[in-house]
Design a protein around this ligand. Structure first.
Ligand code: PLP
Length: 757
């Protein structure tokens, strides 16, 4: 069963609201502007809902207009205020110069201010009112600018943090100001007592879907006497202040919610909500002992918990909660290639790691207590799963088993940890400073012996963090008494090989990218398993060789040397992987990179190769992560063939007798929580986390089977990229389950193949 704890984004429609909406679409479908009986019935309903809203919002006077939602209410309020200011300017009256909004407002507010300020050619100065570390407005700052302000926008409660604004303080700061005052009350409805008419609030927008009504219905309160300019002109509905036939199903549904709010039958009291919030907080503290709550310095809606866990990204937490079938959201919006930190938390001046890794959990005032209890139980299970995966800062006797090669990626740079479970030894290759804590934690938590920390080359853009890792490891877990007993890349002086149980690492000098570039070759009893080649060969690119420490003339011969030693089919694991391709082979790169083909298959000599390469690397732009590009990508990710397979197509193809292997590519901490698509016995299942998928690739390549690999993850995004990568590596039949676990059909909707979701 799904537990939905993202009520600040939207809420489900209550049965009472649904029934009211259906009635307004079936028996009572009238247009309130019609003067016949059907229309009069609709008008009576609309009047009744408006009257109820006036009581609930404490707004006996002024306008209360039905709109499509808060965004429309915000537009109307801003347009109204700015039109009034323009009239003032046109009539030569003194004009305020500032438009002010709280730095943590929903984006609809500053965007509307900018939009209408431009469109009306007002050219007023738009300024964000700073907030303190408690998330509340800087009232002194506001007081100083209030006399010059034309409009001030401050929300009642914040959607990311739940922090409640000091409306009394803001009111005092605005005393004597000519400014109109808008209070975005979206998140306050049903959670805070609202006495709109008791304050000089000019505009207050509301949104129905944040409180159990459907999307597409909202309200705008406008104080009696405050200016109004309609956003939409037309048939003259809503007293010609908002034209367009009214959304009667939405109004009816909102009315049903307001009725429940007024009678108090369903919604929890402030005390009950507080108790629910505390229960969730306590479960979160048990699950993640290091947790910090990001809004604990000011009064806060008890229904919103915003938190960060040191060392655990919001992406990991979101995946974890989703795997436990709990829906929460990132406190920060995710950009295409990188999660953007939360501007709300940034405005509060919180540490960068907290802004970048925040998670928001929010419930509605009608959430049943039983659901909160179940959520607490699952949250504790999430904590246990994270601990057993050694992702939190505690020792785990029962840590989950580990794979041989584990991969970590930070902004396209890749670090590997090779583990051997029989000897409990491990080696790190190309450590990244951002991962030091996580790697040390990995070793301490599992009590593995750290045997070496190797770099494939000296890095131009960062110093090796090997020393920091050695320093973080207790002496009993370090395979050396003096880690300085190593060469500059971390190789133990005087050793030919590094042994990890049955596995062994050897090295191969391949100068070019840098003078000291080295490949590390991992062998087991069956031969070569993989080569860690740093930046020398990457999927679709060669490392650049225009650094002071590069040896461009040696690059071509090094590639030939590598080919001679490892062959064209060995799995090469790169030091950078911007397109999430995981691995390559020399054979594949010969086919994809003309320059590689020329030097390895053609007759291009070292000098011509160096010249052609220098040409490619001229004016190399930084990467999408704003980091130094490690090489020119000649085969960028342009795969367009669809790799997606819809569940319905999967069922049809199973019926036709095709064979499939269903591969769960989520991480072990997600697997543990158990929610996954199930298919009948005829479909084989594997769990192969993306962080260690490179271990499975040789086996899949070697298997002589006609089965199609169907990768799946939470949403289908990670698995689609991985399917592209596996196809590039020669596993051409690989597909990704469209929509992942999220869109897997309920058993009753699915064919007989879907056992359960
Ligand atoms: N204001 C706040 C505080 C919100 O949380 C939201 C929705 O997230 C909005 C405005 C916009 O509401 P809607 O998308 O319903 O128009």
């Amino acid at each position: 069963m799904e537990i939905y704890l993202d009520a600040n984004a939207t809420t489900p429609v209550l049965p009472e609201a649904r029934a009211a909406a259906i009635a307004a679409m079936s028996a009572d479908y009238g247009n309130p502007s019609s003067i016949h009986g059907t229309g009069l019935k609709a008008r009576a309903l609309m009047d009744e809902v408006r009257a109820r809203a006036r009581r609930v919002l404490g707004a006996p006077t002024g306008e209360l207009l039905f709109m499509s939602g808060a965004t429309e209410g915000i537009q109307t309020a801003v347009l109204s205020a700015l039109t009034a200011l323009r009239k003032r300017r046109e009539s030569g009256e003194p004009m305020p110069q500032l438009l002010l909004y709280g730095a943590t407002e929903h984006k609809a507010v500053p965007e509307a201010l900018r939009h209408w300020n431009d469109l009306l050619r007002l050219n007023l100065q738009i300024l964000a009112i700073p907030v303190g570390p408690d998330g509340r407005h800087d009232l002194q700052w506001l007081r100083e600018r209030a006399p010059r302000a034309g409009l001030v926008c401050t929300m009642a409660a914040n959607n990311e943090t739940g922090i409640i604004s000091d409306l009394d303080g803001i009111q005092t700061a605005l005393t004597g100001s000519p400014a109109l005052w808008m209070v975005d009350s979206v998140q306050a409805l049903g959670k805070l007592p609202l006495r709109l008419a008791d304050r000089p609030i000019d505009y207050a927008p509301f949104s129905g879907h944040k409180l159990y009504a459907p999307k597409g219905i909202g309200l705008l309160y406008v104080r009696a006497g405050a200016p109004i300019t309609p956003l939409m002109a037309g048939g003259g509905q809503e007293g010609a202040l908002r034209s367009g036939t009214e959304n009667m199903p939405g109004i009816a549904a909102l009315g049903a919610v307001l009725e429940l709010l007024e009678t108090g039958d369903l919604f929890k009291s402030a005390n009950e909500l507080h108790a629910c919030g505390e229960r969730l907080k306590s479960a979160l503290r048990d699950a993640f002992p290091q947790i910090v709550f990001n809004a604990d310095r000011a009064p806060c809606l008890p229904t919103t918990l915003n938190f960060s866990v040191p060392g655990v990204s919001s992406k990991v937490l979101l995946d974890l909660f989703d795997a436990a079938n709990i829906r929460v959201s990132g406190g920060s919006a995710c950009g295409a290639s990188k999660a953007k930190p939360s501007y709300v938390l940034e405005a509060m001046g919180l540490d960068a790691w907290r802004c970048a890794s925040a998670v928001r959990l929010s419930f509605g005032p009608a959430t049943p207590s039983g659901l909160i209890d179940e959520a607490c139980e699952r949250i504790r299970a999430c904590g246990a799963s994270l601990r057993d995966s050694c992702l939190t800062q505690t020792f785990q006797r029962n840590a989950m088993p580990v794979e041989r090669i584990n991969r970590y990626v930070v902004d396209g740079s890749v670090c590997y940890l090779i583990a051997d479970s029989s000897s409990r030894r491990c080696v790190i290759i190309d450590p990244l400073p951002q991962l030091t804590q996580q790697l040390v934690q990995w070793i301490r938590c599992r009590s593995y012996i750290l045997t070496a920390v190797l770099d494939t080359h000296s890095h131009g853009d960062h110093a090796s963090s090997a020393t920091d890792i050695w320093r973080g490891i207790p002496a009993v877990l370090a395979d050396t008494t003096d880690f300085r007993d190593r060469d500059s890349l971390g190789w133990p002086l005087g050793s030919q090989e590094i042994h990890l149980g049955e596995q062994r690492l050897s090295r191969l000098h391949i100068p070019g990218h840098t003078r000291d570039s080295t490949a590390y070759l991992l062998h087991d009893a069956n031969g070569l398993c993989a080569a860690f080649v740093g930046d020398t060969v990457m999927p679709g690119a060669l490392g650049r060789s225009d650094f002071d420490v590069s040896e461009p003339q040696k690059y071509g011969p090094s590639l030939k040397h590598l080919l001679a030693v490892v062959g064209s089919d060995a799995l090469l694991l790169p030091g950078h992987d911007y397109d999430e391709r995981y691995a390559c082979t020399l054979g594949i790169e010969i086919a994809r990179q003309p320059l590689v083909a020329s030097v390895l298959k053609g007759s291009m000599d070292a000098k011509s190769f160096a010249a052609a390469k220098a040409h490619l690397e001229r004016d190399l732009a930084p990467t999408e992560y704003e980091t130094l590009a490690c090489g020119a990508r000649v085969d960028a990710c342009r795969e367009t063939a669809s790799v997606e397979l819809k569940p319905s197509e999967l069922f049809a193809r199973i019926d036709r007798g095709e064979r499939f292997v269903l591969v769960d590519v989520r991480e072990p901490y997600e697997h543990r929580l158990g929610v996954a698509p199930q298919l009948g016995e005829q479909v084989r299942r594997e769990a192969v986390p993306l962080s260690s998928i490179v271990n499975a690739i040789p086996g899949w390549l070697a298997a002589e089977t006609d089965a199609t690999l169907v990768l799946f993850c939470r949403s289908g995004n990670r698995s689609a990229k991985a399917a592209q990568a596996l196809r590039r590596l020669g596993l051409e039949r690989t597909v990704s389950l469209a929509g992942g676990v999220a869109l897997w059909p309920e058993p009753k909707q699915a064919s007989r193949h879907a056992v359960s979701a």
